[in-house]
Design a protein around this ligand. Structure first.
Ligand code: FES
Ligand code: FE2
Length: 437
């Protein structure tokens, strides 16, 4: 990969190619549960910008550049008062839209307050998720994307910070051939029950798959012929600008979406959203034939007020992600790391804060990664050069074309046919008009 391609893909600050492209989309900012009405303001790092988030007395969320527009004191220190945040330096108060509603240190006759605005971004909420639009303030934001997992009331959302660039974090989700090694390399077929969901991966660690461009990004379909002659498919997606859908659940009845939101060039926040029929993550609910669980749970560090203090796990680079050489040797885990998510964290963070793409040798197995990079680069540069965006930026239902998961289908059917037939049979969720702010 050319150095310029690598730079354009990975850098997300204001004025960068990818950063400006991402700012044309609504971005998951926080869990709704992280902000209480009239509660403490929260530091928030997004796309390299230091922001402050708070929820006002009416329940609306404000997300601002953290610097007060007066003399740049941090509004994180501010008082979340009746219907607005008040800077503690000279008492200026702002509502969630950034309007200055009180300027008590300036004589009223000088009428200065209407001339000042905090740099406030548009926000909205849906099903437990706070969204922010960081595009140009004079332009009205596009509709919220209909990412299906976010349309399910009572869905499950969890966050996890990954201490590396967003692209390498995301690519772990579409790197299908790692599963047979990183996660199940310690297993032999006889270690698992015959109907165990991981068994096909253990039997064949070099899966065949096909890749396609889609309106929402890219997709792949991995396929294997079963013992009974049926074709077993695993379909997964990349969705603009930083979403994936992984193929671990049953296609027909569950929706999953994972956002790899760049905090800055070196830190990403995963929002993992899922809903529908919950059969439990096979990684946790299932065991080896001998009754031993496949993986342990992971633990979080308590959240702090630092820019990078939210949703970090205990096992990180500082302790080699909890690596236990004995467990690596005796076959408990291929990696020696007990949790499946931390296994992913370890390998992607170990690449360094931003992967040196010049060092890589992508193989034919990495075609989904190569295709997705190309698609992202072309889309981001098209926006830079002509203002043109992929269809999902303005048509929220574009993303409804994407559903991931595993299913069986007749042999010899092409990916498109097998996928469409499953999509038509699947349980789907649609948007409710429940947006706020
Ligand atoms: S710096 Fe905020 S009111 Fe003066
Ligand atoms: Fe993984």
């Amino acid at each position: 990969m050319k150095a310029q391609d690598s730079t354009d893909l990975t850098r997300v600050g204001p004025g960068t190619v990818m950063g400006e492209f991402m700012r044309q989309y609504w971005i998951p900012a926080a869990l709704s549960s992280e902000l209480q009405a009239d509660g403490d303001p929260m530091r928030l790092m997004l796309l390299g910008e230091k922001l402050v988030a708070f929820r006002d007395s009416q329940g609306c969320v404000g997300i601002f550049d953290h610097r007060c527009p007066h003399r740049c004191a941090s509004l994180y220190l501010g008082r979340n008062e009746e219907s607005g945040i008040r800077c503690v330096y000279h008492g200026w108060k702002f509502d969630v839209r950034g309007n200055c509603v009180d300027m008590p240190n300036v004589p009223a006759r000088q009428e200065f307050k209407d001339k000042v605005h905090a740099k406030a971004y548009r926000t909205t909420e849906r099903n437990g998720l706070v969204w922010v639009y960081m595009g140009r303030q004079q332009e009205s934001p596009p509709p919220l994307p209909n990412i299906e997992a976010n349309l399910i009331p009572g869905n499950e959302i969890w966050c996890l910070q990954r201490e590396c660039n967003w692209l390498q974090a995301l690519e772990g989700d579409i790197d299908t051939s790692h599963v047979g090694f990183l996660h199940v390399g310690m297993l032999k077929p006889e270690d698992l029950d015959d109907d165990h969901p991981m068994r096909p991966t253990v039997i064949n660690r070099a899966p065949e798959y096909e890749v396609r461009n889609t309106d929402w990004g890219t997709m792949y379909g991995g396929f294997r012929t079963n013992d009974d002659g049926q074709m077993s498919w695993r379909v997964a997606h990349f969705m603009f600008p930083f979403w994936t859908q992984t193929p671990n659940a049953r296609f027909s009845s569950r929706a999953i979406a994972r956002a790899w939101v760049p905090m800055d060039d070196h830190h990403s926040m995963l929002f993992d959203i899922s809903g529908g029929v919950d059969e439990g993550n096979p990684a946790y609910v299932s065991k080896r034939r001998n009754g031993q669980p496949l993986y342990e749970k992971f633990e979080y560090e308590p959240n702090t007020n630092d820019w990078h203090g939210r949703w970090r796990c205990r096992d990180r680079a500082h302790n080699d992600w909890g690596l236990d050489r004995q467990s690596q040797r005796d076959g408990t885990q291929y990696t020696g790391i007990g949790n499946i998510t931390i296994q992913d964290q370890a390998v992607t963070e170990s690449m360094g804060p931003i992967t040196d793409h010049d060092w890589e040798h992508l193989a034919p197995t990495d075609q989904m990664i190569a295709r997705t990079r190309r698609r992202l680069l072309l889309a981001a540069r098209a926006y830079r050069d002509s203002g043109e965006l992929p269809p999902g930026a303005s048509d929220p239902d574009t993303f409804m074309g994407a559903r991931a998961g595993s299913f069986l289908f007749a042999p010899d059917a092409p990916l498109e046919q097998a996928y469409q037939a499953q999509l038509e049979k699947a349980v789907r969720w649609t948007a409710q008009p429940e947006e706020r702010a």
